[in-house]
Design a protein around this ligand. Structure first.
Ligand code: AMP
Length: 572
């Protein structure tokens, strides 16, 4: 039987996992890493690079590289890379395709199906776009599940046969999401979610970079932020220091030949202690509380009513995060799974449940609709017609799959057509909600107001994707609305075209990927360095390029090792 894999399709990183002997196992990619950067770049000879080599090119070839396209899923934004245009779905498809190939190599088996995770706040258009991305990549997205639900599955909360409430704290590189869940007999109910799309690990790096910049300013009387190259190196050094301080109480930041705005260069060595950085992060730690309190308030819960606190996302590795959460909730958070792997692991558990993996027993996990869905309607009040009202049909919090129906009628005498506008949201006026699509039924025979009645049925499938059926009660002929009007939504024909276009792209040979990745990383580092370091790297880089041209495997291997060592040494 072909395995179903779990995929965490992230904004900065993606990863895959599969259930093996009842346990989720994260799979390594072609360059031997668990995390594949969600990045796509087009090489100078029009070859597509995905993952680590693409991400390394983001600084050296920004116009040919795309990152963070997950933020644009479900919109009609286009990316132009080296003369080619891509939709966010196509870029995601390239990442999915790369994950699929790597997983196939790791498992030695063909893979056709996957469970893919999305943020709980993803609406219909974003979920559809995610499924389309899978289709373009030749991967059937068997299920789409919410990221916090996946985290709960990874921690096995569904196996505890009792009612429990959990909060998932997801702090990634650039975003912060808080989700309150209730788990009752295998049904995972998202009670509320909140977040800050502009708060993540990068802000913690930035705060440390500010500390270093102040030190330089005091001593050198210049603002190092005015020299973009120096500022970029400061931020990089800050991130490295932040990561070291996860394991150590204190560290040193060393920056040599740092170019200053007044053309001087400076050597800097600065000790950094955990207490000092924790203090400079105080405003950020305070900002975490807003979304947490909002999510709790929306779920009508106090912190003490939460049974488990789950930490996911790379930035929850920082010890201060666990400390702040322990204080806030009055209990120690669960942090036993690697925070950047938990979501993919949960997706693998769901994939196992889907495939009926015997090791998991007959557990069922179900999610709930994160948004209300309904249609725009009008009401006659006296002689006046008030339009633009939102009539919810399927309310948020409904356990999915679900199907609900409402009856609507014409409101004018002789009305010859009726349009159903489909919306997602919680506001009483449609203009405040998100439009998903529309459908018009024409050619109604002239009858008095209210005589034409329509059954409108909303069906929410397990993926949180909507189907709308409209049945005029006079004819009983059901029309199904395929939501295509929404921005970025692809028609069947466009999907096929996108798939064909993808298959025409030229891809970098996978066995050469480690070399391409190293080259791109070394190139990016070369841009950053100056002086002797730059010369050293340039030398190792030149020799590796010559070795590649020689096509002599032994020589390539030996110079690859040398260049890898140089890159690792100089990145510090
Ligand atoms: P994610 O998007 O969930 O992969 O999270 C990436 C973020 O986690 C980045 O901002 C990283 O700097 C941060 N991160 C990764 N490892 C560590 C660590 N050991 N300590 C602190 N932050 C980390």
């Amino acid at each position: 039987m072909k395995p179903v894999i779990g995929i965490d399709l992230g904004t900065t990183f993606s990863l895959t996992a599969v259930l093996q002997a009842g346990r989720p196992q994260v799979l390594a990619n072609a360059v031997g890493e668990l995390l594949t950067p969600s990045a796509v770049s087009i090489d100078d000879d029009d070859t597509v690079l995905v993952g680590a080599p693409a991400r390394a090119r983001a600084t050296t070839h920004p116009a040919r590289t795309a990152t963070a396209f997950k933020r644009d899923m479900g919109t009609d934004r286009k990316y132009t890379l080296g003369g080619r245009t891509f939709t966010p779905q196509e870029l995601s498809a390239l990442v999915l395709g790369s994950l699929k190939k790597d997983a196939e190599a790791a498992l030695g088996m063909e893979i056709e199906e996957a469970v893919v995770t999305v943020p709980a706040y993803f609406g219909d258009a974003q979920r559809q776009a995610t499924r389309d991305a899978g289709a373009i990549a030749g991967l059937k997205v068997e299920r789409i599940i919410n990221e916090p639900t996946a985290a709960a599955l990874a921690y096995g909360l569904h196996e505890r046969h009792r009612e429990m409430r959990a909060v998932v704290i997801d702090l990634g590189g650039g975003t912060f999401d808080v989700t309150v869940l209730e788990i009752l007999e295998g049904v995972v109910e998202i009670q509320s979610s909140s977040g800050d799309t502009k708060l993540g690990g990068e802000d913690f790096d930035y705060a440390i970079a500010e500390l270093i910049a102040k030190e330089i300013e005091t001593k050198q009387k210049v603002n190092v932020r005015d020299e973009p190259k120096a500022w970029a190196r400061l931020k990089e050094a800050a991130e490295q220091a932040k990561k070291r301080l996860t394991d150590l109480e204190s560290t040193r930041v060393a920056l040599y030949d740092l170019p200053l705005p007044d053309k001087r260069t400076v050597h800097l060595e600065m000790p950094l202690g955990r207490g000092q950085v924790d203090a400079c992060w105080a405003p950020l730690l305070e900002r975490l509380k807003g979304p947490i309190n909002r999510a709790l308030r929306d779920a009508s819960l106090s912190p003490s009513q939460i049974d488990e606190v789950l930490l996911v996302g790379g930035s929850t590795r920082m010890p201060i995060i666990a400390k702040v959460m322990a204080q806030h909730f009055g209990r120690l958070p669960l942090r036993t799974l690697p925070p950047d792997e938990a979501i993919a692991m949960g997706a693998a558990v769901q994939a196992g449940l889907k495939a009926g993996d015997a090791a998991l027993g007959d557990m069922i996990v179900t999610d709930v609709a994160p948004f209300s869905l309904g249609v725009g309607s009008a009401k006659k009040m006296g002689r006046q017609i008030v339009s633009g009202l939102f009539s919810p049909i399927l309310e948020r919090g409904t356990v999915i799959p679900a199907s609900r129906e409402e009856i609507f009628a014409t409101i004018e005498d002789g009305q010859s057509a009726i349009t159903f506008d489909v919306y997602q949201g919680e506001h009483s006026l449609v203009r405040d909600n998100k439009k998903l699509g529309e459908y018009t039924i024409e050619g109604l025979e002239p009858l008095p107001a209210g005589e034409h009645k329509f059954r409108v049925r909303f069906t929410y499938d397990l993926n949180g994707i909507l189907e709308v059926d409209m049945t005029p009660m006079k004819t009983n002929k059901t029309e199904t609305l395929v939501i295509e009007g929404a921005p970025g939504r692809l028609t069947k024909k466009q999907l096929e075209e996108a798939r064909a276009a993808m298959s025409r792209l030229k891809f970098h040979p996978r066995d050469a990927l480690p070399n391409a990745t190293l080259l791109a990383r070394a190139d990016a580092l070369f841009v950053e360095l100056t002086g002797n370091d730059r010369d050293d790297l340039g030398h190792a880089l030149g020799q590796f390029r010559l070795a590649l041209e020689s096509q002599d495997d032994k020589m390539i291997g030996s110079y690859r090792d040398q260049l890898t060592m140089a890159v690792n040494r100089l990145r510090r």
